[in-house]
Ligand binder design. Structure first.
Ligand code: DGL
Length: 267
């Protein structure tokens, strides 16, 4: 019993290439306020989406090991790209539960019309993503994809609105046919930071989906199932930020985390 209480008292680890996973962290803190969280942003190696699968696997295993050494009881891969490239491997090698991201294609398709998935080049080329598309849309006719090189770098600099963001999004959208598109799926955790800019650019009524709530609900289920959920209802947990990018990244993390927390993240 004592052992279980000790396990439950450990933190949950989350990681991303940089600031994107802060949007997942904000949702996790909202859903599970009693838990402690350790967030690692690999800003020195961002973006992941333009690296090879092998590079992202190596970085992911290294970070997960570090989070384990800090005593994490579960790991959330708060990055679609690292999930696509490495979640299976992490599940094989880690002794704790691993929760990944999934682009919210299923709920978006349920809304009818065509769905546009915005994600990093690596996520979109991975088998995991293709499998997901085949599962929910075997003919492929309802799903369009938009790789967004450059967008993560902008957000990593703290740019979440303004002329540069609008110009980058406009340029990306000029490459895609939006006819019949009634929803957009954010298949990268960074993109939630430019959701308002996207809303202004997309035709009115276009719905925007992300996978954050699904992921943190899955975290809650997995912790419950493994008897790892902190029982205290009144407690407010701690959040610790770690980064490979030094102090400037930490300052940006705090600023963007506040921004992520200010948006309604849970339905
Ligand atoms: N937040 C990561 C994702 O969800 C960004 C990937 C990158 O660093 O390019 O895919």
């Amino acid at each position: 019993m004592e052992h279980l209480a000790e396990e439950r008292g450990k933190p949950v680890g989350l990681f991303d290439s940089g600031v994107g996973g802060l949007t997942v962290l904000a949702a996790a803190v909202q859903l599970l306020p009693a838990e402690d969280f350790v967030y690692y942003g690999d800003t020195a190696n961002a973006p992941y989406g333009e690296k090879t699968k092998e590079e992202v696997r190596t970085l992911s295993v290294r970070i997960a090991d570090m989070l384990l050494n800090r005593g994490c009881k579960a790991i959330v891969v708060a990055c679609n790209t690292a999930t696509s490239a490495a979640v299976d491997l992490l599940r094989e090698v880690l002794p704790v539960p691993v929760i990944g991201m999934e682009p919210a294609i299923k709920p978006a398709l349920a809304g009818g019309g065509r769905v546009l998935v915005m994600a990093t080049p690596l996520t979109l080329q991975e088998e995991k993503f293709r499998d997901l598309c085949r599962r929910y849309c075997p003919d492929g006719d309802k799903i369009a994809i938009l790789p967004c090189p450059g967008l993560v770098e902008l957000i990593e600099r703290g740019e979440t609105s303004g002329p540069e963001v609008d110009a980058t999004l406009r340029k990306l959208f000029s490459a895609v046919d939006l006819t019949g598109v009634s929803s957009v799926v954010l298949g990268c955790t960074h993109y939630l930071f430019v959701r308002d800019a996207l809303r202004r650019l997309l035709p009115p009524g276009t719905k925007i989906y992300d996978g954050n709530y699904g992921t943190v609900r899955q975290l809650q289920r997995v912790l419950e199932h493994n008897n790892l959920l902190r029982p205290e209802r009144e407690r407010s947990g701690n959040v610790e930020f770690l980064t490979s990018g030094g102090r400037p990244s930490l300052l940006l993390f705090r600023q963007l985390y506040r921004l992520a927390c200010a948006k309604p993240v849970l339905p």
